[in-house]
Design a protein around this ligand. Sequence first.
Ligand code: KG4
Ligand code: ZN
Length: 345
Amino acid sequence: MIILGIDTSCDDTSAAVVTSDRRVLSSVINSQIRLHHPYGGVVPELASREHVRNIVPVVQKAMDTAGVSWTDLDGIAVTVGPGLIGSLLVGLHYARGLAWARGIPLVGVNHLEGHILSILLEDETPSFPFVTLTVSGGHTSLYLVERPGVYRVLGQTLDDAAGEAFDKIAKILGLGYPGGPIIESLAASGRGDRIAFPRAMLSPGSLDFSFSGLKTAVSLYTQRWNQSPEEQANVQREDIAASFQEAVIDVLAAKLFQAAEEHRVDAVVAAGGVACNRALRERIRKEAESRGMQAFWPRPGYCTDNGAMIAEAGRLRMRNGERADLDTDVRSRYPVEDLQPMAGS
Ligand code: KG4
Ligand code: ZN
């Protein structure tokens, strides 16, 4: 079985060709980072216009790199939500047209299920059940992954997503977009214990997250720091970045392992754009080791938005007998609990 996966949920136009033995024959990602850089965040109108420009060449490149023709395809998987409506529409309409014109089955994929299942694209995979932390620009959630298609939400952010917090703090520090990679490299030469920013653990035992208090604390501190030569002599910008990053990692790791222990799983997974962060991976690796658990994360190219995870999730959905009608629509909100369990997996 050969599947073409397409994702245009946010600011990346991605397409990939994946086989049923989970070989990724191609994965093409056209990033819009440079387009949105001056605005410090994604501008939805610009994102959808750019998807319109990119979708045809990106899909063609994925097909050419994989060395497959339209007649080789057994299915097309496309993200239908959650995401930016204007962006999602471009991918869905293109995939629908392609499926109709070429007579290829189409399946709609939940973007979050794509992130949850992205770990299956790696050679080393956890056995079910496991706990997954998906951390990206749009989402911060903890899932108990019982089996493909059966996901229990254990906790989620009550305000900002972790990636959004990285992006906003980078903007406050005047560092550009996207904030995650820039803060990570700045933090590498700073001291994470320099400023005691708040760690919102919420009510005892809660597995939810909140990053708005941390964002306000960093913002207020930075305003003071900008106006105080004495403070600047003591504390470097790198220290602010490192102290912020440490606060985020403390909360993410604490809740991930609390969830894993409560649900007695042996394996934890981190996925989504923020899971590219090496300091976060290192913390998770160490904490897992000390508890005798296994820790997994997809390679960076499968952590940030990509078509390969959509192709893999779509392949499992097709194997489950699911097909999208040609009048399938996009959904800005699409909780994973609304998904059908997959039979026999
Ligand atoms: O998964 P993704 O590509 O798109 C969404 O679905 O949101 O995630 C993008 C987010 C951005 O907020 C970006 O700042 C963050 O992931 N990110 C990182 C790192 N690389 C990307 N955050 C922290 N450290 C990183 N190395
Ligand atoms: Zn994503």
